[in-house]
Design a protein around this ligand. Sequence first.
Ligand code: PLP
Length: 519
Amino acid sequence: METHVSGPSRPRSAESGELLSRTAEIAAAWLESLDRRPVGATATVGELRSRLGGPLPGGPADPLVVVEDLARAAEPGLVAIPSGRYFGFVIGGGLPAAVAADWLTSVWDQCAGPYVCGPAASVAEEVAGAWLGQLLRLPEHASFAFVPGCQTADLTCLAAARHHVLLAAGWDVEEQGLNGSPPLRVLVGAHRHASVDRALRFLGTGRAGLTAVPADDSGRMQASRLREELAAGEAPTIICAQAGEVNTGAFDDLDAIADAATEAGAWLHIDGAFGLWAAASPALRHLVKGAGRADSWAFDTHKWLNVPYDSGLAFCAHPDSHRAAMSVSADYLVLGGPGRPREPMDWTPAFSRRARGFAVYAALKSLGRQGVADLVERTCAHARAFAAGLAGLPGCELLTEVVINQVLFRFTDDQTTDRVLRQVVQSGEAWLSGTTFGGRRAIRLSVSNWQTTEGDVARALDAFRNAVTRDPGLSCSGSCRDGRPSNRRIPLLRELPAAVKADGEPSAKTPSQCGPLAP
Ligand SMILES: Cc1ncc(COP(=O)(O)O)c(C=O)c1O
């Protein structure tokens, strides 16, 4: 009996080429529009639902038409995140080589779980992981995993931590689970990122199980208070420190915290989503002094390294614990083999997964060690220039010193702060987001994009100047001499040392299978 199977016919390669070429044109037009277009989205959610919505199509459609329609419908709902005038959250753009490699990643469509499904993907991760370790000065023997972002990196690291400290207490959590296990003690900074709590929740430590160590005015965990907490009890202990507070960019005193962790026999994890990149800059490296002494590190490559979403890394100084917490096996899985390939799925929480290493590899190869340092230092310089410009605006108060690429500020009162922010965002000239810090409304900006120029900063400052000039709350209330409220005391802006002393190559030797990171 003959069986007929219907479905879309396989496009000839010329047609696939036409589709990808047209897609590249649409993508290039988007990039070229960035300087002209409003930074924020212009469509409402209702408009986007009607543009993109409709009934499930009953049958196939021409892929070229599908892509053109999608691009047209989505266009007003796109945020110009790759623009140099996007200063929201902590979000990088996409470096050209990384974006192009990310496209190839989709076209190649490797499943980077088992080596056998993507040998090149596995080796690209192996090489890029080693390069990252060198760049961020992590121990040479550390294991790593390419994950969707810092939240998943925290999860990966903290799963390894949980395994390690419970095993030391005689409990194999991978075998026995958490029921009846010795209680875990988890100490976190009061200003930790919310994703740390979520990672811990996934691992069975709820909010009530956390001990929050008080932080100073910039959000730095107080190491002396950590010591007091550690002295107050004994249990398998995990400490979560932070490199780069999301509002202020402040760094915990990692060296002091590492001392305390060592004395207490605790696992020290560092959430360094963006702040850990300070290690790549000779001028900023002092901020992460002691970071290399931790047991695990989580950070993003989609933030300061400007790799397209989603891309983050987990590093662990105890590969056995990392692997024990993550590895998986099944009769049908073909793992290992000649040359002892690295199996990505042994290190990540995902089974099937995107080959994230290609884009990171391309980013690192296109920048080299010097390019990464320049990117980090340049964006920090833009943040300082931004802060200096803001400080001259009537009613503007910088809330903390500028440590790296984050600036935190407000205007006169909560309402005025929110109003000025709204005006700037509505102008389309820049995009930033609000926050509440120390109980007061504030505006936070992050310069994380490789594309940001002095002109972009000036343009965004003009948008603030215009908003302030037009703001009713920032007109003279009678207390100011020149018809404007005065700006509050401006904290010292931390400068990079004038002459940056390059302090040499990292001590970690390059594993034999990986070439050195380009200078
Ligand atoms: C300090 C810190 N940790 C963790 C995260 C979570 O990172 P991701 O969104 O990449 O999962 C962020 C995000 O901004 C962060 O700033």
